[in-house]
Design a protein around this ligand. Structure first.
Ligand code: EPU
Length: 435
């Protein structure tokens, strides 16, 4: 709440940007460390408030965590409680993943119902169904999930939808269950593959990562040991920079990205007007096609490998100025169009009806005072401000701090005119009143 970005738009981006480790992987890897009492070391860890919150969750459970220079260590030791504190879990959805680890390793867990971005209902029924099929007894009362089950047994579990969080919680709980678990209609996101790779490095026996059927052969506690692992690059951050340079023009080199995680998105960006050149396996030169105007395009968000909901907002500023009419359909979350009102304040012409946003391209956006209503909506506001004529202020940066490591510093290095300043006391008061 205490800072804002001041952005002077219409500066082309040039130079190099290095992609950080993936938020939506590292948080689950941190939870997975609870399955062993040995030390674990993670590299390429992004500096995000969500990572600090998850570190605090592990500390509150009794583990010792240190973090610096991209390396996070969870020291050897046992936990002192199976209860995760509400004050931390309510801040971040991913902390709900300690449920599977605590239950799997210690036979019990008490975890408050999760918080996180207010982008939709975000049910937990699939998590509960899966854990119950493994033999856990689950009660939800007074806003807390209590799970008990000292003898979990492998089971056949079919998810109603390929939920990332449910897939992760069920895998974490099944690692130490007796026998084999077959999880069907599992999420196939690259972050799930990262979690499985880390667990296998710890001594777990899991097959099928990246497919819709994950098979977890239970191992014994003694089979699990400490591990050292490097977190995968953040595909959403990489695509955010692709969108930014497409919007502003110019050409940037994106380093340490994994293009095979972004096939659908890069295809869509090419239709809109992005030009990619592969320099090597993890380095791409990205720019805007030399032509007058970006082109309208339509996308609908779905599960991986489809177009990700997390990029629905960050690409929308491009459509806002593209030639023609685009349709954006949000199929994952029912409340993820909060950036639309803000983009319209910047001169965009976007109409939302239920899960569809119809974007009629305008000639250009104009700078304005706007808010980041959630993490990815915040990224959209920054991109729109970089593209707009005049200057913009972007408020509510705490959302952006959750998921983008050194965002404005990386943009500054690319030549953007973006500065982070403290709110004045009047702004502080006004924003408090509105929120
Ligand atoms: N769902 C249910 N019941 C469940 C689980 C999910 O109805 O038991 C529904 C949700 O309400 C939602 C859909 O299924 O409509 C997908 O939810 P999923 O469980 O896949 O999402 P998640 O694990 O809560 C993660 C990411 C999100 C990302 C989604 C979808 C983390 C910490 N979060 O959330 O990331 O949007 O997967 O890919 O990994 C972000 O980074 O900005 C972000 C919100």
């Amino acid at each position: 709440m205490t800072d804002k970005y001041i952005i002077q738009g219409q500066r082309q981006l040039h130079g190099n940007v290095v992609i950080s480790g993936a938020k939506n992987s590292v948080l689950k890897l941190m939870s997975a460390t609870l399955l062993t009492e040995a030390a674990c070391k993670l590299h390429n860890v992004p500096n995000l408030t969500d990572v600090s919150v998850m570190g605090n969750v592990l500390q509150a459970l009794g583990r010792t965590v240190s973090f610096g220079d991209g390396t996070l260590e969870v020291q050897a030791g046992t936990i002192s409680t199976c209860e995760a504190p509400y004050q931390l879990v309510s801040k971040m959805r991913a902390s709900f993943n300690v449920l599977g680890s605590l239950l799997g390793r210690y036979g019990e867990a008490r975890v408050p119902l999760p918080g996180g971005c207010t982008i939709g209902k975000r049910g937990i029924d699939q998590h509960i169904k899966g854990l119950e099929l493994l033999g856990a007894e689950i009660k939800i009362s007074h806003g807390t999930v209590t799970a008990k089950g000292s003898k979990l047994k492998g089971a056949n579990i079919a998810l109603d939808m390929p939920s990332m969080g449910a897939t992760e919680n069920i895998i974490l709980a099944a690692v130490l269950a007796e026998g084999t678990t077959v999880l069907s209609n599992a999420a196939q996101e690259p972050e799930i593959q990262d979690l499985i790779a880390f667990l296998n490095t710890m001594g777990a026996n899991i097959e099928g990562g990246g497919t819709s059927q994950v098979v977890i052969h239970g191992v014994k506690k003694a089979d699990l040991h400490g591990a050292e692992f490097t977190v995968m690059p953040d595909r959403i951050e990489a695509a955010t920079f692709m969108s930014a340079v497409t919007g502003t023009g110019g050409r940037i080199i994106i380093e340490k990205m994994q293009a095979n995680h972004l096939v659908t998105v890069m295809g869509k960006l090419e239709q809109i007007g992005t030009q990619f050149e592969r320099l090597d396996a993890t380095t791409y030169s990205v720019g805007r096609l030399p032509k007058n105007r970006l082109k309208a395009s339509s996308y609908l968000t779905t599960y991986y490998p489809g177009f990700p909901t997390d990029l629905q907002a960050p690409l929308m500023p491009l459509l806002a100025v593209a030639e023609g009419v685009s349709m954006v359909t949000e199929n994952i979350y029912e409340n993820r169009f909060k950036h639309v009102g803000e983009l319209n304040r910047m001169g965009a012409n976007i109409q939302v009806q239920n899960e569809i946003a119809v974007v009629t391209g305008v000639a250009q956006l104009s700078g304005a005072e706007v808010k980041a209503h959630d993490l990815r909506a915040g990224a959209a506001m920054v991109i729109a401000s970089l593209m707009a004529e005049g200057h913009s202020s972007v408020y509510n940066l705490s959302h952006l701090d959750r998921g983008y490591d050194a965002f404005h510093l990386k943009l500054q290095q690319l030549g953007a005119n973006i500065n982070r300043l403290p709110l004045t006391s009047i702004e502080h008061q006004e924003l408090q009143e509105v929120l």
